[in-house]
Design a binder for this molecule. Structure first.
Ligand SMILES: Cc1cc2nc3c(=O)[nH]c(=O)nc-3n(C[C@H](O)[C@H](O)[C@H](O)COP(=O)(O)OP(=O)(O)OC[C@H]3O[C@@H](n4cnc5c(N)ncnc54)[C@H](O)[C@@H]3O)c2cc1C
Length: 443
């Protein structure tokens, strides 16, 4: 397809780029909104199989400017809880509470805890209101062996038939199918796996007790693995994350495992108190992976389909929305001119988008490792012993500088920053002052 080539029947002007997005989770719907606003002809497919309980409830501050851009912050706030920060509990006696406003203005001063299905519904409704053609069907992707176009993938005929707005194969197929990894499966693309092979079980509770700031997320290291508590408007999401063997030791069913993990942890036992579980227990396993290839001729991956790091530090929805933003911004110059990029131009756009997304995923994977192997907790302990009760100006400035850069990394504001990452690497190597990270590692 040459640049600006006319759609059949089109007379007198260039046609709009036709983009098919498969998957209406946060990445797919956000991308659909942004592309439609720029003038693309967008078809958004989803299989409509969203479960009632979905992970991705705790957002990082860097999501908020994206919600503002999508014109969705006000609506999100109406059904969500403001998240002022995160409390990390390494042991009964060792607790660190971080509030985002401490790092403002470099970091957005707050985030949200969202009920995910509601959040996804809001994004999808905005996509439809932006002119996106929404089709509910389970899509199949196939390697394109027709040789008619240079595209590597194509939508199966059933998907085209289900979408009245698509008269043929689109100019670009976007895989936003999350962990289903539709394009990777169709093309046999492998994934680089992260070091952890955890399983997570979680559910919602009501009638709980809360001894932290309202909305503050609580992350606690346990004897095996760790747990999260994410306050929503009426409910509390409680999750446990464990190695597969440790999970099996806790019980046979997800319900047994969650109950026993809560009973074995005095902090969680206090929180649940006389409260009750009001949902089934959902299970997720084997999630750390980055696709070996994120694009090809005429197709590209966004969100979890490209890669997912870890629930620790909650980067998933941010990475999903940010990948949508990056891709939409990269395509915008052609969309605004109502041109179709040539195959070479499209390949160049997708190559640089994929390099950025890969860098982002690798940076988060590196950061999360500091929490699991105990280096971040060791650094905090070492920092406390280094600071006297009345520190001088220089020590105080140094401490603020370090805290700000860790904040920039963990909030999503600048996770790929060379300087911030270099500083953390340097401190992780030379700044531990005898504190052993292994004593603070998460199993
Ligand atoms: C244990 C755990 C805890 C997590 N906690 C957090 C957290 O606290 N905060 C956070 O930000 N992130 C968290 N995440 C990650 C977060 O859930 C994901 O990163 C996020 O959902 C990715 O969004 P997405 O749009 O890429 O994919 P998804 O949300 O998975 O959306 C994919 C969509 O594609 C549809 N689909 C799939 N196959 C097809 C098909 N063949 N045809 C049509 N449609 C299809 C699906 O039904 C779905 O609607 C967590 C993940 C795990 C595993």
């Amino acid at each position: 397809m040459e640049r600006g080539e006319l759609k059949s029947g089109g007379v007198g002007g260039p046609r709009r780029m036709r983009i098919a997005i498969v998957g209406a989770g946060p990445s797919g719907s956000a991308l659909a909104i942004l592309l439609a606003r720029e003038g693309a002809d967008v078809t958004l497919f989803d299989d409509g199989r969203r479960p009632a309980l979905l992970v991705g409830e705790s957002l990082v501050p860097a999501v908020v400017p994206i919600l503002q851009r999508l014109d969705l912050e006000k609506e999100t706030a109406s059904f969500s809880r403001v998240k002022p920060g995160v409390s990390f509990i390494w042991s009964h006696a060792d607790r660190v509470s971080v509030t985002f406003n401490r790092f403002a203005p470099s970091v957005f001063p707050y985030a949200y805890n969202v009920p995910r299905p509601h959040f996804d519904d809001a994004l999808l409704a905005k996509a439809i209101a932006s002119g996106v053609d929404y089709v509910t069907t389970r899509v199949q992707l196939e390697p394109n062996t027709s040789g008619e176009t240079g595209a590597e993938l194509r939508l199966a005929p059933e998907a085209i038939a289900a979408a009245p707005g698509l008269s043929g194969q689109p100019d670009l197929i976007v895989d936003a199918t999350g962990r289903a990894r539709l394009a990777a499966r169709a093309l046999g693309i492998a994934a680089r796996l992260g070091p952890r092979k955890d399983v997570a079980h979680f559910a919602h509770f009501e009638g709980f007790s809360w001894d932290d700031a309202p909305g503050q997320v609580r992350i606690a290291r346990g004897e095996a693995g760790w747990s999260w508590c994410i306050p929503l408007q009426e409910r509390l999401s409680i999750g446990i994350v464990l190695g597969q063997d440790d999970a099996a030791k806790l019980g046979r069913t997800p319900e047994e495992r969650l109950e026993r993990a809560i009973a074995a942890d005095p902090g969680l036992t206090f929180i649940v108190g006389s409260g009750r579980r009001v949902t089934d227990v959902a299970t997720y396993a084997n999630y750390q992976l980055i696709s070996e290839r994120g694009h090809g001729s005429g197709w590209v991956m966004v969100g979890d389909a490209f890669g997912f790091v870890d629930p620790m530090l909650s980067p998933g929805v941010f990475l999903a929305l940010r990948s949508a933003e990056q891709l939409a911004d990269a395509l915008a110059p052609w969309l605004r001119r109502r041109e179709i990029p040539s195959p070479t131009e499209l390949d160049s756009v997708l190559t640089s988008y994929a390099a950025t997304q890969n860098e982002m995923l690798s940076a988060w994977l590196e950061l999360v490792a500091y929490l699991y192997d105990g280096r971040l907790a060791a650094l905090i302990q070492a920092g406390r012993s280094w600071m006297p009760a009345n520190p001088g100006l220089l020590k105080r400035a140094m401490q603020q500088h370090i805290a700000r850069h860790v904040g920039l990394l963990a909030s999503g504001a600048a996770t790929t920053s060379r300087y911030s990452r270099g500083l953390l690497r340097f401190l992780g190597r030379y700044g531990l002052r005898g504190v052993k990270p292994t004593d603070l590692a998460i199993r």
